[in-house]
Design a binder for this molecule. Structure first.
Ligand SMILES: [Zn+2]
Length: 73
């Protein structure tokens, strides 16, 4: 199965761990290798969607989980 997020739990449908898993991150970096700012926009949109669906997860944790890993590579 592809490493995609399951909503509204935001776990990887393949690994079962919190999305994005390592495989999902590698896939995203490959897909957006020519446009990092588009990747960050995409991740920020997912973070905002997850924040609504996960509710009680602190926003700062979601920022690290969804966006920060992609910022400096
Ligand atoms: Zn996965």
């Amino acid at each position: 199965m592809p490493h995609l997020a399951t909503r509204p739990t935001w776990r990887c449908q393949s690994c079962g761990i919190a999305w994005p898993c390592s495989a999902a991150k590698l896939r995203l970096l490959a897909d957006y290798r020519d446009d990092r700012s588009a990747l960050l926009d995409h991740l920020a949109a997912l973070r905002d969607e997850a924040a609504v669906q996960l509710g009680d997860e602190p926003a700062v944790n979601l920022g690290d989980r969804f966006v920060t890993w992609a910022q400096f590579r």
